[in-house]
Ligand binder design. Structure first.
Ligand code: FES
Length: 208
C-alpha cells in the first residue's frame, strides 16, 4: 500500500475500512486471476506507474501468464486506447521481465545450468547469470538455495552489489531478505522466489 493510503487509513480509519471492504466484496464472484488482471487494467487506465508495477507483480505471482496480461491490455483497447497500452508496454520493457521477452512468451518451464557446484563459494551468497535470468545462490556445505533476483515487491532486478553478508536489500524501496531462508526481514512482507534445483554431473541446475 502506498504511503498516501497508509496516511488515509490512519486519518479516516472508518471510511477507509469501508472502502477496502467494498473493493474486496466487489470481486467476490471472480477467480483470483481475473481479479488480478482487472486490477492491472485499472492501473493502466489511471496511469499509476507504481500501482501498475505492483499489481502486475501480484498477478504474475498468483499465476497470470505474460500472454494473459498482454491479452488483457489489448482487450481493454476500447477503454484504454493505444496511448495507454503503449505507456504500459514501455513500463514492461523497462522492467525487462524475462518471461515477457518475445522469445519466452510461449516457453515451457525447463532446467537451466547455473554454475559448476565446486566453483560456488561456500558460506557466501553469489550472483549468477543463466540463460537471460539473474539468480542468487547461497551454498552452505551440501545445501544449496537458488533465488530469483527479481524483487517480490515490483520485480526489480536486484543487483549483485545488494548483497551484504547473507542479507540482500533491494535498492528500489529497500525490502531486505535473508538469503538463508529467502524471507523478507525488513520493510516488506513477501519472500524471494526460490527455484527448484538439482545437481547433475557437478553442475547446479535450476528450474523456471
Ligand atoms: S521493487 Fe520495491 S523493494 Fe524491490
Amino acid at each position: 500500500m502506498s504511503d498516501a493510503l497508509n496516511y488515509l487509513v490512519k486519518a479516516r480509519p472508518e471510511a477507509m475500512t469501508a472502502y477496502f471492504t467494498f473493493l474486496k466484496k466487489a470481486g467476490d464472484h471472480l477467480d483470483t486471476r481475473t481479479r488480478d488482471l482487472i486490477s492491472v487494467i485499472t492501473k493502466v487506465a489511471v496511469q499509476t506507474e507504481g500501482g501498475f508495477r505492483q499489481y502486475l507483480t501480484r498477478a504474475l505471482r498468483n499465476g497470470a501468464t505474460p500472454n494473459e496480461v498482454i491479452d488483457a491490455l489489448l482487450m481493454a483497447f476500447p477503454v484504454l486506447g493505444l496511448a495507454k497500452i503503449v505507456w504500459a508496454t514501455e513500463i514492461l520493457l523497462d522492467m525487462d521481465i524475462p518471461e515477457f521477452r518475445p522469445e519466452n512468451l510461449d516457453a515451457e518451464p525447463a532446467w537451466h545450468t547455473v554454475a559448476a557446484v565446486e566453483a560456488i563459494p561456500d558460506g557466501r551468497p553469489e550472483w549468477y547469470e543463466a540463460d537471460g535470468r539473474h539468480v542468487f545462490v547461497y551454498r552452505t556445505g551440501e545445501e544449496l538455495r537458488v533465488y530469483d533476483s527479481r524483487c517480490p515487491h515490483q520485480v526489480t532486478d536486484i543487483p549483485h552489489l545488494a548483497i551484504d553478508g547473507v542479507r540482500l536489500t533491494c535498492p528500489k524501496h529497500e525490502w531486505a531478505f535473508d538469503l538463508d531462508s529467502g524471507d523478507c526481514v525488513a520493510k516488506g512482507n513477501r519472500p524471494l522466489r526460490r527455484f527448484e534445483h538439482k545437481v547433475e554431473e557437478g553442475q547446479l541446475l535450476a528450474y523456471w
